[in-house]
Design a protein around this ligand. Structure first.
Ligand SMILES: Nc1ncnc2c1ncn2[C@@H]1O[C@H](COP(=O)(O)OP(=O)(O)OP(=O)(O)O)[C@@H](O)[C@H]1O
Length: 505
């Protein structure tokens, strides 16, 4: 960081995050709204954007969570269980703060080191329900809507039953398993997610002697068709990219290409079922005629998504966790009021000061710090990152949908991988990523400790996704939201809502 600027900032104010006058009327009013005991859902915008399934449909599942403490208690073929545990261990960051079952109070040394992996609530529920549904009609379509808080291990919640079913089918059909088919597909909204999910899928497929294929912008049709002729066990792609297969002469029709496809996951379903994506998602699903299991997976259930799934799949089975629509408990949430001195209404100054405070707060010792800044509008991102770089000397990357996919990937990578160790005696470094949440949705940023919301998110859905890039899998994280006096009391009350674990609506 530019030394002059950091000194100026330091002299302006000590590390300062806004506080409110506790005697003011608005404070008193807010206090009433935030009564910790009240389990009334808390709205961010002017209307409720989130919806919960009926209590009686999920209460039995919630009871299950306390009863199961090990993957061994869940119905999974042993190679799948072993591969799952191996992959999770490889991907864990900062082992000592890894997920440890809350039902078990005494932590052994292995647990403290992250060597014992226990299923998270959403993993318990999904594996139990999807793997145990007994079919009267073996070919009957079953649709599941699976929703749990961000960073709670939803990827493995759907991959475990998917791999389990693939292995069971193989055992049942022996050597009669047909070639030239796609057996399952995982649909995600962005190329970044195709990459992230397929990395996990590919590594597990190797252990399970299955084949994975990533059909993405940089894939080549000749390779794809070669893989298809040998059988693709898991295809990872976006709905639009899947539909693009229709344009190749060798394919004939997408329906025939997808004959034999039994299992489909629609990951980040709240995005893939919203109005800008639904046409592609719907078109892709319509081409899958032999589906037996469809899993819609999401961190939130927006009202619109709830309406659409109810309309198309009235018998869908909800699988949700007790903490759905609450921010992860490991998150500490604070507001920064940009209307007060020294910012005097300048959000960019408030942001620069927050970054400076994070940079010098003595946390993450020995590691490069990484901070993610979310804005509401694409065009704002460029402006903000430019000013942070030129006026305040920060090391900033800005993701834009106009960047080529590989450029975007290289910008995001330093934030996805584990934090880098600094060399002995090296001065603290810090990288900043400025983006909108669309490109960051679902990305498993590894060990990110600080997120800044430059703009107040427009809905609870946006808030959940953005804040959820930190505090993943019970690792601690801080979220700072820049507010102004113009924001309403509901917005200003969010830190208390998060502290008391109130549900968002
Ligand atoms: N049972 C477990 N114990 C410990 N770590 C786990 C477990 N299951 C998954 N993880 C790890 O937790 C991290 C977050 O998982 P994942 O990305 O699946 O979260 P998610 O619920 O899909 O989040 P989002 O809603 O943001 O997409 C990953 O690094 C994953 O390897």
């Amino acid at each position: 960081m530019n030394r002059n600027i950091s000194l100026r900032l330091k002299s302006c104010t000590s590390v300062r995050f806004a506080s409110y006058n506790a005697s003011s009327k608005s404070f008193q009013k807010r206090k009433q709204l935030e009564t910790p005991t009240a389990d009334i859902p808390y709205k961010i915008g002017s209307y409720a954007s989130l919806k919960l399934p009926e209590e009686e449909k999920v209460s039995g599942l919630h009871r299950l969570v306390g009863q199961i403490d090990s993957f061994a208690q869940l119905k999974l073929v042993p190679p799948v269980r072993d591969a799952l545990i191996k992959q999770i261990k490889q991907s864990t960051v900062l082992r000592s703060q890894n997920f440890i079952s809350s039902t078990k109070k005494v932590k052994t040394e292995d647990e403290m080191n992250g060597l014992i992996i226990r299923p998270t609530p959403i993993q318990v529920e999904t594996i139990k329900v999807v793997n145990s549904i007994r079919r009267t009609n073996k070919n009957e379509l079953k649709v599941f809507t699976l929703a749990a808080e961000t960073g709670s291990g939803k990827t493995w919640a759907y991959l475990a039953p998917l791999f389990h079913k693939l292995k069971i089918e193989e055992l049942e059909s022996g050597t009669r398993m047909e070639k030239s088919q796609i057996r399952s597909v995982v649909l995600v909204p962005t190329h970044e997610l195709v990459y992230q999910v397929s990395e996990v899928v590919e590594s597990v497929c190797k252990d399970l002697d299955l084949s994975a294929y990533r059909w993405d912008v940089d894939s080549n049709f000749k390779d794809f068709i070669g893989a298809y002729r040998n059988k693709i066990d898991v295809l990872v792609t976006t709905p639009a990219k899947l539909m693009s297969l229709e344009k190749y002469d060798d394919v004939g029709s997408l329906k025939s290409l997808l004959t034999g496809l039994n299992f489909c996951v629609v990951d980040e379903a709240d995005t893939l079922m919203d109005k800008s994506w639904i046409n592609d998602t719907h078109a892709a699903l319509k081409n899958m005629r032999s589906l037996k299991d469809v899993l819609f997976v999401s961190a939130t259930i927006p009202s619109e998504f709830n309406k659409v799934t109810k309309k198309f799949f009235p018998d869908s089975i909800p699988i949700t966790t007790p903490s759905l629509h609450r921010l992860p408990k490991a998150i500490e949430f604070r507001n920064i009021n940009a209307s007060v001195p020294p910012y005097k209404g300048s959000k960019i100054k408030a942001l620069a000061q927050a970054l400076y405070a994070i940079h010098s707060d003595g946390t993450e010792l020995g590691y490069e710090k990484r901070v993610i800044v979310f804005c509401n509008e694409k065009k704002e991102c460029m402006k903000i990152s430019h000013r942070l770089e030129t006026e305040f000397g920060h090391d900033v990357s800005c993701i834009s949908s106009e960047d080529a996919v590989d450029v975007r990937r290289s910008k995001i990578l330093p934030f996805l991988r584990h934090p880098q160790l600094l060399e002995e005696g090296q001065k603290q470094t810090m990288k900043v990523l400025v983006c909108t949440d669309l490109l960051a949705r679902g990305l498993n940023f590894s060990g990110i400790r600080n997120v800044i919301l430059y703009d107040v998110p427009k809905t609870s859905v946006d808030l959940v996704h953005r804040a959820g890039r930190t505090g993943r899998m019970n690792q601690g994280g801080r979220v700072f939201m820049i507010v102004t006096n113009k924001d309403n009391s509901h917005v200003k009350g969010l830190p208390t809502v998060v502290r008391y674990k109130r549900r968002l609506a």
